[in-house]
Design a protein around this ligand. Structure first.
Ligand SMILES: [Zn+2]
Length: 414
C-alpha cells in the first residue's frame, strides 16, 4: 500500500465549495474521509480549518460519554471497520486578501491508511450515495417491497457495465440499509405504523379513494378503533373495488355461492381480514374485503353490514344476498353472517370436518376417523333429498356416531 504525505492548493473560495470538493474526493478515491472538527481561524490569516479523518478510525472526542458506550459495542461487533487508521485530510480556507495565484484553499493529505482501500472488505463500509437512495425511493414509489426492490436493484447492477460495484455499499446498500430506507420512505409517503396518525392517514386514503373511484364502483369505509367510557368501537375497514363491483354485476355464481375466508398475521396488529369471493370458470374472484380488530360475531356482523353498503345496487348478480356461504369452522363467523344475510345458508367445507376428526382433543379413535368421514361424505354428496334423508338415518344410527356424542352434536349444528 502506498503511503505518502502531500500538500497542495486548490481554487476554491467558500465552505460550500470545500464540502463539494471533499464529496468528489471521496467518490473518486473510494476513501471515506469524514469531518472530525471544523474550527474558525482566530487571526486574519485563516478563515476556517477543516480536519477530516478516515472513517476506519473511531471518533476521538467524547470517548467517555454515555453515547460512546454504544459506539464501543459497535466497535467490537464491526471490529473489521475500526482499524484506528491514521489517514488524515486537512483543508485551510484562506481569506481573499491572502489569495495566491487564485488559490484560496491549502490542502494537506496524509495518505497513510493502515488498510486496503479498494477491496470489498473496505468498500462494504462506505456510506450510501444519494443516487442509490434516490433509486431505491423510486422503486418503493412503484410498489416494490424492500425485498423485491433489493432484488431488482442488485440484478440491474449485476447486468450493468460495472458489476464490481456490487461489493460497494456506496452503490449497493446492504439489506438492512434497504429496510431502513424503506421505513424512512414509508414514514414520509404513507405515514407512521402505529398510533392515531396511522388512522388519520388511513382516513385520508379512504377519502381520496372514494373521490377517485366512486364513479366506477369503487367504495371504501373506515371506522376507527376507540374505547371510550367502556364503549368499544372496533376497527372496520371495508373495501369494494371497481373490479369487485364488476364481479357482482356480471358473475352469476356470486348469487349462488360465496366463500368467506378469514386470514390474519399480515401486519403488526394481527387484525383479521375477511375476503368475500365467489367461484367462476376462471377461478376464484373477489367480491369484497373487510379488515376488523376482532373476530367476534358482533364485530363480523358490523363489518359485513358496512361492506354490504359498499357493494353496488346489483350486488350478488342483482339478488342482494348470496344463497349459500361457505365459511371457516368458526361459530362467531357463522353467527355474524347469519345476522347480516338472514336468508343465506351457511355451510362448512368437508375439509373442516376432517380437521375436526383429526384433532386429538376430540378423542376420536384413529381407526374410526375414516369411517366417520365416509359417513359425512355420503351426506354431503347425496344427489336427492330422499337420498340425504336415508343417509342421515344411517348416520344417526351408526354405532360410532352414537358412541361419539360430541361428533353427533358438531354435525347437528350445521
Ligand atoms: Zn483509512
Amino acid at each position: 500500500m502506498n503511503s505518502y504525505n502531500c500538500s497542495f492548493k486548490i481554487e476554491l473560495d467558500s465552505e460550500e465549495s470545500i464540502k463539494k470538493w471533499v464529496t468528489a474526493f471521496n467518490e473518486k478515491s473510494k476513501e471515506t474521509m469524514v469531518y472530525e472538527t471544523c474550527r474558525s481561524g482566530k487571526g486574519k490569516k485563516v478563515v476556517k480549518n477543516f480536519y477530516l479523518r478516515c472513517h476506519h478510525k473511531q471518533r476521538q472526542s467524547g470517548m467517555h460519554t454515555k453515547s460512546n458506550k454504544k459506539l464501543k459495542t459497535t466497535h467490537k461487533i464491526h471490529n473489521n471497520k475500526h482499524t484506528n487508521c491514521p489517514a488524515q485530510l486537512m483543508l485551510t480556507l484562506l481569506p481573499p486578501a491572502t489569495k495566491l495565484n487564485g488559490f484560496c484553499v491549502s490542502v494537506l493529505l496524509k495518505h497513510n491508511h493502515n488498510h486496503l482501500v479498494q477491496v470489498a472488505d473496505a468498500l462494504r463500509f462506505r456510506p450510501l450515495s444519494e443516487q442509490s437512495k434516490k433509486d431505491y425511493y423510486d422503486l418503493f414509489s412503484h410498489g416494490h417491497s424492500p425485498a423485491t426492490a433489493h432484488l431488482e436493484y442488485e440484478t440491474n447492477l449485476m447486468y450493468s457495465d460495472k458489476p464490481d460495484l456490487i461489493a460497494d455499499r456506496n452503490c449497493n446498500p446492504k439489506v438492512s440499509d434497504v429496510y431502513n430506507l424503506f421505513n424512512k420512505w414509508r414514514k414520509c409517503n404513507i405515514g407512521v405504523r402505529t398510533g392515531k396518525y396511522l388512522f388519520a392517514e388511513l382516513e385520508k386514503c379512504v377519502a381520496v379513494y372514494n373521490e377517485e373511484y366512486n364513479d366506477i364502483g369503487g367504495k371504501a369505509f373506515i371506522q376507527r378503533y376507540s374505547d371510550c367510557n367502556g364503549k368499544e368501537e372496533p376497527l372496520i375497514l371495508a373495501v369494494c373495488t371497481p373490479l369487485f363491483s364488476r364481479v357482482h354485476r356480471h358473475i352469476l355464481q356470486s348469487k349462488e355461492l360465496v366463500f368467506i375466508d378469514a386470514s390474519s398475521s399480515f401486519e403488526d396488529f394481527n387484525n383479521p381480514m375477511f375476503v368475500v369471493s365467489t367461484s367462476s370458470a376462471a377461478g376464484g374472484l373477489p367480491l369484497g374485503i373487510v379488515v376488523t380488530s376482532a373476530e367476534s360475531a358482533t364485530v363480523i356482523h358490523q363489518g359485513m353490514t358496512k361492506l354490504s353498503q359498499m357493494f353496488p345496487e346489483d350486488a350478488f348478480y342483482g339478488s342482494g344476498s348470496p344463497k349459500k356461504i361457505i365459511i371457516d369452522d368458526s361459530m362467531a363467523e357463522r353467527d355474524g353472517l347469519r345476522k347480516t344475510w338472514h336468508t343465506a345458508d351457511i355451510l362448512l367445507c368437508t375439509f373442516h370436518f376432517r380437521r375436526w376428526l383429526l384433532n386429538v382433543k376430540h378423542g376420536i379413535d384413529c381407526d374410526e376417523r375414516q369411517i366417520l368421514m365416509n359417513l359425512v361424505r355420503k351426506l354431503v354428496y347425496a344427489k336427492t333429498e330422499a337420498e340425504l334423508i336415508t343417509e342421515y338415518s344411517h348416520f344417526e344410527n351408526h354405532p360410532f356416531v352414537k358412541n361419539y356424542k360430541n361428533f353427533n352434536s358438531y354435525i347437528a349444528n350445521y
